[in-house]
Design a protein around this ligand. Structure first.
Ligand code: ACO
Length: 328
């Protein structure tokens, strides 16, 4: 018995917000955004389009690719920092739309590390639960609704989107698709990347609205420094765990936060740039959605083939970070 990746999907909202558009909103310019982040444009969900709406579209593609139906799904996990509601969880809303009446559902809240955290949990649950055969794992974000559109330090960075990975138990296969994983957290840095209001620490009130505390607050420089070292060490950990060499990896998919972070990670891992997936120019940072969007793009473009080893690594609020090695 093993677990394989049976399908993938992604959804990118229609509306494009370019750097030129941002120049008209805050004191910034295309040159600064491109050279400091690599971002050229990002997509923004429609006002009435929710995180679950976007995830639903990504899920339909994954289900179609795997050739299953809603009633075959046993588990739905949604990684997000922008759920439709605090409760019910986003996964349950999707269960209803997919007609996945047998599925257990929950959301995971590890910011940009969400998709890889959820994948590891899904693999573990499929392994431990005899009756589970199919798991839908989503990374989905409507970051535009927690972005302060008057803060040039953050508003140029983020975008909206959703991705899905469908895992299937395969009685015939011998090796599981998850070759190795390393997940870490350090609450000492909880304050450098946070959404200050809306939880029990600061419920919504006039002050929280007036001071824009329902939006992303980030110490960019500090986050940058910690991101590179953490992702590199997590990648080295999984490469060692699996007993492979970096040359065996067909594609590295890092979280898409900033092209300088992505290039610094690739350099320290001694992986050539052509083996490092990068679409941050088109979508900006879509947090939990980003790795799955890259993965689906690469699969559908034939850049990842069956049997290929893919290294995924991420870093985000918490702080949380990690890496997983997958055989597609
Ligand atoms: N346009 C023009 N100037 C700007 C802008 C902007 N949009 N934003 C900041 N600046 C200015 C700053 O005010 C500063 O000016 P000063 O020197 O006069 O004070 C100057 O540019 C340099 O700012 P820095 O913060 O030093 O810029 P840096 O090179 O560090 O880049 C950035 C900033 C892009 C945010 C970078 O630090 C970064 O990418 N950090 C990591 C972000 C990340 O990885 N987040 C991950 C998780 S996100 C999540 O979990 C939801």
């Amino acid at each position: 018995m093993s677990i394989r990746i049976a399908g993938t999907g992604r959804y990118i909202p229609e509306k494009v917000l370019t750097n030129a558009d941002l120049e008209r909103m805050v004191d910034t310019n295309d040159e600064w955004i491109r050279t400091r982040t690599g971002i050229e444009e990002r997509h923004i969900a429609a006002e009435n389009e929710t995180t679950s709406d976007m995830a639903y579209q990504a899920g339909l593609q994954a289900i179609e690719a795997a050739g299953i139906t809603g009633s075959d799904i046993d588990l739905i996990i949604v990684a997000t920092t922008t759920p439709d509601y605090a409760f019910p969880n986003t996964a349950t809303l999707l269960q209803n739309r997919f007609g996945a009446k047998n599925a257990f559902c929950f959301d995971i809240y590890t910011a940009c590390t969400g998709l890889i955290s959820s994948l590891e949990i899904a693999f573990a649950l499929l392994e431990s639960r005899k009756t589970y055969r199919h798991a839908l794992v989503f990374g989905a974000e409507k970051l535009s609704c927690i972005t302060n559109w008057t803060d040039r330090n953050t508003c140029v960075l983020f975008g909206d989107g959703a991705s899905c990975v469908l895992l299937e138990k395969d009685d015939g296969a011998e090796e599981s698709a998850l070759l190795a994983s390393a997940l870490h957290a350090n609450g000492q840095y909880a304050n450098i990347l946070k959404l200050p209001a809306g939880g029990s620490a600061m419920p919504a009130c006039q002050k929280s609205i007036d001071e824009n505390l329902h939006t992303i607050h980030m110490e960019g420089k500090e986050t940058f420094k910690l991101a590179v070292g953490s992702m590199v060490s997590a990648c080295e950990e999984v490469i060692a765990q699996a007993g492979i060499s970096p040359d065996d990896i067909a594609l590295v998919i890092p979280h898409q936060a900033n092209i300088r972070i992505i290039q610094a990670v690739a350099k320290r891992l001694t992986v050539p740039n052509e083996k490092v997936y990068c679409n941050v120019a088109k979508y900006g940072n879509t947090s939990a959605a980003s790795i799955g969007i890259c993965f689906d793009e690469a699969v559908r473009a034939g850049q990842i083939k069956r049997g290929d080893i893919v290294l995924m690594t991420s870093f985000g609020g918490g702080l949380t970070w990690g890496a997983i090695l997958i055989r597609y």
